[in-house]
Ligand binder design. Sequence first.
Ligand SMILES: C[S@@+](CC[C@H](N)C(=O)[O-])C[C@H]1O[C@@H](n2cnc3c(N)ncnc32)[C@H](O)[C@@H]1O
Length: 249
Amino acid sequence: MHDDAYMRLFNVRGRQYDAAMARYPQARDAEFDAAVAIAGIAPGECVADIPCGGGYLGRHLPPGVTLYSVDSSDVFADCMRATGASRFLLAPIDDVPLASGRLDHILSIAGLHHVVDRGPFWQECARLLRQGGVLTVGDVPAGSRVATFLDSVVDRHTATGHRGIYFDGATVPELEACGFSVECAEARRIGWRAESRLALADFCRMLFGLEGITTAELLPRLAEGVGLRETDGGVELDWELMFFRAVRR
Ligand SMILES: C[S@@+](CC[C@H](N)C(=O)[O-])C[C@H]1O[C@@H](n2cnc3c(N)ncnc32)[C@H](O)[C@@H]1O
């Protein structure tokens, strides 16, 4: 179930995803902060977030950045309009209505593991970035505990199921073939945070739109399948993402 089917899924699930991000706005701070740090964005630069979902990246950027937010889902478009976001573009991720060479940076977070052929997206990023511009991508690594969790627990408890196409050894050659030099390819543990175990499970249940499983039932699945740890003032889920920093040649 990918591309068109997955977009239909997000038209069903998007509101719940956005509600989870609104109820627990700090839960994924480490993920967005890591992407921004890897990218190395400077004040005054021109950045695009593709696909942006409900636009969660903005508050992690340095001051003075011009941000374009791009998504192809009508539901996320409604979410963006409701927040009064400026520079939102409802467009396919491989056909963005911006001039060639317009951008210094593109960030793409957790949005590509249902895109069957990522080549057209890499090519569109190469068109949009100036020479020397940077594409920073973070998504789930193939073979990781996170991938297994998504394709088992999330698959079982969503009407649409879940089968991801995760980042593997093919990703770097794909990027290089589309005009990028990959400077960094690194799997990182990213702690998703909440004030308690139940709050973290509630966040995940909402974010993934899980049905037929209670928050209390989900908790051991998260602890065993992904990993949970107590931290100062809260709990962290051992989420993991593969990050690429790719420079437009
Ligand atoms: C998990 S959300 C990530 C959104 C945001 N970047 C974040 O980190 O919260 C996945 C996003 O990918 C987009 N998406 C999923 N499959 C897609 C596809 N096949 N083509 C284009 N966009 C897709 C959805 O519209 C959604 O915004």
